[in-house]
Structures are given as structure tokens and as C-alpha cells.
Design a protein around this ligand. Structure first.
Ligand code: SF4
Length: 281
């Protein structure tokens, strides 16, 4: 049985950077250190982080001066950072540079008098953070149909949640042309998600079975599993322990991919288990 790992599987640049910063902070200051919301959508990695003294919290109330707060890759609002600093909390900002770019554009467009439009999901932490940089006055639009409800504006500046599809961004932007006199559009999409989906789709078309590794709470991993299952039988697992040898009866080629929040050690465990199964058969 041949096992092929997809190109572009596992941690994206922004998540890798956030984890690295969290470990460095834990090493340089006395743990515990805290992240506002889970640092990563992977239960095994969250557990591993907590063993290293890095904990998830849901608000800043319980933190004391000199506690260390890590801002995760999705970023947060300026008011959260200001509040933390006012309390004397040490802030380690692990906001992904691609998200920072979107935040800065939102701030600039808002200060120049543009109505900021964010193409994305209004309840996503990244979008909530970007909203904060646009003085909480941005409109969040998730699809082109919603544009017809908007009033006419003199100037609109549009940006995208980093994980949006380019097609949706293009459709919303072109619909906005009919809603203003002047439109500025900035493509702030990060290609990590699209690349993972493209590689998984390519691989799923060449193999007999796909294994998709990642948290069941990870939206991008769930999307990968759904995508692969359109081509071949697909199993979504969180860890190697979930693998059942009987899945591979009569299978010649297995493809493996993993979401942007799946750590390398879990991917390696899975590959190792598949090698062992191979040896037995
Ligand atoms: S998906 Fe892109 S924007 Fe989001 S954390 Fe990863 S690299 Fe950064």
C-alpha cells in the first residue's frame, strides 16, 4: 500500500508562528501564560500547550498585572489590547501578518472617510478584530446578495477576511460598484487555505482512500474532509489511534492531508501507523 502525503498539509505560516511565539514566551517568562480563546483549533495541541503552561481563557477579568497574554493568529480588537495594557498585562502579539495587513487597511480606509466593507463571516474572531480597527463601523457582508440591502455611499473601501474564496470576494466587490461613487478594493485573502484545498483535491483524485487529520472543531479541516469525500472514501480523524486496519482492505494507494491547525507530530504519528499496517499486510 502506497501512502502519499499532500503538499501543503498541516500548520500554515500564521499558526506555526503563533505556536512558536507561545513556546518562546513560556520559556522566557514564568508560565502560566494565557491566550484569549484557543490558540489553535486542535484539541490534542491545546492539551499539549496546557502541559507547557499555556492556557486558554475566555476573558481578561481574571488576569493580573505582569501576567502574559498571547494574541492568537486571528488577531483581536485594539480595545482588547488597550484594556490588557491598562491592567499591566504583558501582551505578546501573534496576530498573523496577513491579518495585520487587513487590520491596517481597515483602519486607514476608515480614517480616510471610506465606508469599510469586510467580505467575511461577522461572528468570526478575525472579522470581529478587523471591525475594531475600523472603529466598529464596518459592514460585514458574506455574499453578493446581501449587497442589495445596503444604502448608497460616496466612498467604499472593501477588504476580505483572509480565508475567503476569491470568487466570493470578486462577486461582492462587483456588486458594491452599484452602491457607491468610488470603490477601492484590497485583496487581503491569504492563500494557505485555498492551497490546502487544491492539493487535497488533486491527491484525492489519484488515490483509493483519503485520511484527513485535524480537530473536529476545525472548520478548515472539516472543509478538507468534505472536499475529499466528493472523490474517494474519506476518513476524518484527530489522532492515529482512530485508524482501523480494516479500512485498508483492498486499498492500494492512500492519500493523507491535514488542516492548517494540525501539528506535525500528529501527522507523523498517522504516517507511522499507516507504515505499520503496511508491514502487517
Ligand atoms: S490561514 Fe493565512 S491568514 Fe490565517 S493564520 Fe494561516 S497564514 Fe495567517
Amino acid at each position: 500500500m502506497k501512502v502519499i502525503l499532500a503538499e501543503n498539509a498541516g500548520f500554515c505560516f500564521g499558526v506555526k508562528r503563533a505556536i512558536k511565539l507561545a513556546f518562546e514566551s513560556a520559556k522566557n517568562s514564568n508560565p502560566p501564560i494565557y491566550s484569549l480563546g484557543p490558540l489553535i483549533h486542535n484539541p490534542q495541541q491545546v492539551e499539549f500547550l496546557s502541559q507547557k503552561g499555556i492556557y486558554e481563557i475566555s476573558d481578561l477579568e481574571s488576569l493580573k498585572p505582569d501576567d502574559v497574554l498571547i494574541i492568537r493568529s486571528h488577531g483581536t480588537t485594539p480595545s482588547v489590547i488597550d484594556f490588557a495594557k491598562t491592567k499591566g498585562i504583558k501582551v505578546v502579539d501573534a496576530t498573523c501578518p496577513f491579518v495585520v495587513n487587513a487590520q491596517k487597511l481597515a483602519q486607514k480606509l476608515n480614517s480616510e472617510g471610506y465606508q469599510v466593507v469586510i467580505v467575511g463571516e461577522g461572528d468570526h474572531p478575525e472579522v470581529i478584530g478587523i471591525m475594531g480597527f475600523a472603529n466598529n463601523s464596518a459592514w460585514v457582508i458574506d455574499n453578493a446578495n446581501a449587497v442589495s440591502d445596503l444604502p448608497h455611499k460616496k466612498r467604499i473601501g472593501v477588504i476580505a477576511q483572509t480565508t475567503q474564496s476569491f470568487e466570493n470576494f470578486r462577486e461582492v466587490t462587483s456588486a458594491l460598484l452599484g452602491r457607491c461613487d468610488e470603490l477601492r478594493a484590497f485583496n487581503t485573502i491569504c492563500h494557505a487555505t485555498a492551497q490546502r484545498q487544491e492539493s487535497a483535491k488533486e491527491l484525492a483524485q489519484k488515490v483509493d482512500l483519503m485520511i484527513v487529520i485535524g480537530g473536529r472543531n476545525s472548520a478548515n479541516t472539516n472543509r478538507l474532509a468534505t472536499l475529499c469525500s466528493q472523490y474517494v472514501p474519506t476518513y476524518h480523524i484527530e489522532t492515529a489511534e482512530e485508524i482501523d486496519e480494516s479500512w485498508f482492505n483492498g486499498i492500494e494507494t492512500v492519500g493523507v492531508t491535514a488542516g492548517a491547525s494540525t501539528p506535525e507530530w500528529i501527522i507523523n504519528d498517522v504516517i507511522e501507523k499507516l507504515r505499520l499496517i503496511n508491514k502487517h499486510n
